[in-house]
Design a protein around this ligand. Structure first.
Ligand SMILES: *Cc1c(COP(=O)(O)O)cnc(C)c1O
Length: 360
């Protein structure tokens, strides 16, 4: 392996090194067939097999039941903000949203174009430093769905458990899909952009219960109907072939790691190392309330913005890159998705202890 820096970027993010190597080879000469992966027709039997394998691995790793479709769509996770209400709502139809940060706010704005949207909870006043427990909000009985963002990438908050309400869940899992086991049956739709925990940017994975495919009104454009893509196995038009291939390779890597339950344990251990460095003394301050802490993104502050800038610069100089926090809350953020190596976390923690010792 060449000298690699540790990349704490929130996304596009670190991918497993063996996947990068495999992809580099396959781009030039796929399976020694004398043609590059990204030159293959999406309708060739070679690429069809690639897409089928990616889907099969997703199904296997998350134990997706047969009455759910797995779709590979484009337009980023952000396009799901409007596709969901466009397909599921309509005049007079209601949905309930939990506002736990920028990504849910954007989804609420789009949903309001299509239906009657109830925002049942917001942590905006507290700079989105927490997610709610079930007893902190109500869901109206006539809501079509309850929408939430499972992991709030910017603030470093995560639902430790999914809501247990008498309503179908719709969930943006862009930054924590495949980081822990899921009970898919609770969800009508799960979606995630690939670039945080699954692969490169360019594909959005949508897992949708099949009875929802027929809900769209007649005036929903063909490309924006889930049913269009479900009926054609995500091949209605040219799909993002390279991204779909990479997702499959990352899933294959994840399976070799022992699957989502095994990776969850490793994610818990990695995050615990960073949180213990934060909690050890007064120098670092975690952004999230303890009960809402994310295992994927850890947002924290130092005593002053000057020290934060110095911390980020010194860290980068020793190969710990991408620790700057999101511009909306400032500070620092360590994104440590599935593929982020434990050694990089240990190196960060050692640097944090050293930096606090020198500057505290
Ligand atoms: C990054 C992110 C998005 C936006 O993804 P795009 O693919 O860039 O549209 C949406 N939701 C969450 C939770 C994210 O982390």
């Amino acid at each position: 392996m060449p000298d690699r820096i540790y990349n704490f970027s929130p996304g596009p993010a670190t991918l497993p090194y063996p996947v990068l190597e495999e992809a580099a080879k396959d781009i030039v000469n796929f399976n020694d067939k004398g043609i590059g992966l990204i030159e293959l027709s999406h309708r060739s039997k070679e690429f069809m097999a690639v897409a089928e394998e990616s889907e099969a691995l997703i199904r296997e790793l998350l134990a997706v039941p047969d009455n759910y479709k797995v779709l590979f769509l484009q337009g980023g996770a952000s396009s799901q903000f409007f596709m969901i209400p466009m397909n599921l709502l309509g005049s007079g139809k209601k949905a309930t949203y939990l506002n736990t940060g920028v990504w849910s706010k954007k989804a609420i704005k789009e949903a309001e174009l299509f239906g009657d949207i109830e925002v049942a909870y917001s942590s905006q006043e507290a700079a989105f430093n927490r997610v709610p427990k079930d007893d902190e909000y109500n869901v109206d009985a006539d809501s079509e769905y309850l929408y939430l963002v499972s992991n709030n990438t910017i603030y470093g908050t995560q639902f430790p458990d999914f809501p247990d309400k008498d309503v179908m869940l719709v969930c943006d899992m862009s930054s924590d899909i495949f980081s822990r086991p899921l009970d898919i049956k609770k969800f009508g739709i799960i979606f995630a952009g690939a670039q945080k925990n699954m692969g490169p940017a360019g594909v959005t994975v949508v897992i949708i219960r099949d009875d929802l495919l027929d809900k769209a009104a007649d005036n929903v454009p063909t490309m924006l109907r889930y049913k269009t893509h479900a009926d054609k196995d995500s091949m209605f038009n040219t799909p993002p072939t390279f991204a779909i291939y990479c997702v499959g390779r990352v899933m294959n890597w994840l399976k070799q790691q022992g699957g989502v339950a095994a990776i969850q344990k490793r994610n818990q251990e990695k995050a615990a190392l960073v949180y213990s460095a934060i909690d050890d003394g007064e120098f670092y301050r975690g952004h999230a309330e303890k009960e809402s802490r994310s295992l994927m993104n850890i947002s924290f502050n130092l005593p002053t913005p000057e020290l934060e800038a110095q911390f980020i610069a010194e860290a980068a100089a020793i190969g710990l890159d991408g620790l700057k926090g999101h511009r909306s809350i400032g500070g620092c953020r360590a994104s440590i998705y599935n593929a982020f190596p434990r050694e990089g976390v240990e190196k960060l923690v050692a640097f944090m202890v050293d930096f606090a010792g020198r500057n505290g």
